[in-house]
Design a protein around this ligand. Structure first.
Ligand SMILES: *[C@@H]1O[C@H](CO)[C@@H](O)[C@H](O)[C@H]1NC(C)=O
Ligand SMILES: *[C@@H]1O[C@H](CO)[C@@H](O)[C@H](O)[C@H]1NC(C)=O
Length: 329
């Protein structure tokens, strides 16, 4: 999910369909109901807390100013860390003996700037996680508490995005993600869980693509997935003849883009890594996204066997994900 690990580029071909994000079964409450949901939230908060704790240990105030951030940036990061610590304490207190133990984590961060990039991504994923979980929360008091945390994660995300020179609020709607989608991204950073603390969620085979060179333009930039075909075949959910769609999630919409040449790429592993499997065939952006608002900001992608018409994307028909890209134009 780190930008350098993920892939990038949004391109929506004329055939793509954008559909409102319908209520899918994937958003249904997990077996343990609110306890599972709170433990899911707690796991994400543990992740964020650990991330900021390490980052503030690793990098000094000077490292951040040398990387181009403002004088007060470090102090604000400390406040973000403090908020995440408070979220952990709050959720743990509510869960009491039912709280999951903290997993161990590892983060692919190499300097102050990549730390801030990943921080921004994690805050955005946090927002999407709380948003996606909202409709499954049974107890209204928990719902208010979760929304209250969500709002603060969104403020963190906006602040960090602005600090990175990205649009602080790129679209009118934020993007709900389901439990397995979020868990798939979080799992990339989880190196171990305490015995008996397994959450009832699964991680899809990871989806990666060419490294980012700045932002991606909807309808213009070519998206390249690396290794996706091998992962998909391994999953057993597809054969070399299955039609595969890249599903882009942005705001309340999902965009289904036929993946071209999946079959060839799937067969020919010697095809250059940068060979595109999604192309935009129309240089005019409007046609590329069918007149719908284009994806903007932090956008998520899964590979699915659903085409958006006869079947909607679901956890069952997801063959890889979740990749992340920053759509900036
Ligand atoms: C902090 O530094 C340690 C030791 O180099 C490294 O393992 C870890 O990934 C870093 N974490 C962050 C968030 O910078
Ligand atoms: C992929 O192709 C694009 C466009 O030709 C190029 O800008 C980019 O550097 C290439 N990426 C890799 C990883 O080769």
């Amino acid at each position: 999910m780190h930008r350098s690990l993920a892939l990038l580029a949004g391109c929506l071909v004329p055939l793509s369909v954008a559909t409102p994000l319908e209520k899918r079964n994937d958003f249904a409450a997990p077996p343990g109901g609110d306890v599972d949901i709170l433990n899911y939230a707690l796991t994400l908060e543990y992740l964020e807390r650990k991330f900021y704790q390490e980052g503030l240990q690793n990098y000094t105030e000077n490292d951040f100013t040398a990387a181009g951030f403002t004088q007060d940036f470090y102090t604000n990061l400390q406040k973000v860390y403090s908020d995440e610590m408070t979220h952990v304490t709050f959720l743990s207190a509510d869960l009491g003996a039912k709280a999951v133990a903290e997993p161990t984590f590892a983060f692919p961060v190499k300097d102050a700037r990549s730390f801030v990039s990943l921080a921004s991504v994690l805050e955005g994923v946090g927002v999407s996680a709380y948003l996606g979980a909202a409709s499954s929360i049974a107890n209204k008091d928990y719902l208010t508490a979760a929304a209250s945390i969500l709002a603060v994660e969104a403020r963190h995300a906006s602040y960090l995005r602005a600090a990175l020179g990205e649009k602080p609020f790129p679209g009118p709607f934020d993007t709900p993600l389901d439990f397995d989608q979020v868990y798939s991204m979080a799992a990339q950073f989880i190196t171990g869980v305490a015995p008996g603390t397994k959450l009832p969620f699964i991680a899809f085979p990871p989806l990666t693509a060419a490294p980012a060179n700045g932002g991606f333009c909807a309808g213009q930039t070519t998206l390249t997935f690396t290794g996706a075909q091998a992962q998909a075949l391994k999953s057993g959910k597809v054969t070399q003849d299955t039609k595969v769609y890249a599903v882009f999630y942005s705001g309340l919409q999902a965009f289904y883009v036929p993946v071209r040449e999946f079959r060839r790429v799937g067969i020919r592993t010697q095809v250059p890594a940068n060979r595109s499997i999604v192309d935009c065939e129309d240089p005019r952006r409007q046609l590329c996204h069918g007149g719908q608002p284009a994806p903007a900001g932090q956008t998520y992608v899964t590979l699915n066997t659903a085409d958006g018409k006869s079947a909607k994307a679901s956890d069952e028909n997801t063959i890889a994900g979740v990749a992340l890209l920053e759509v900036s134009c």
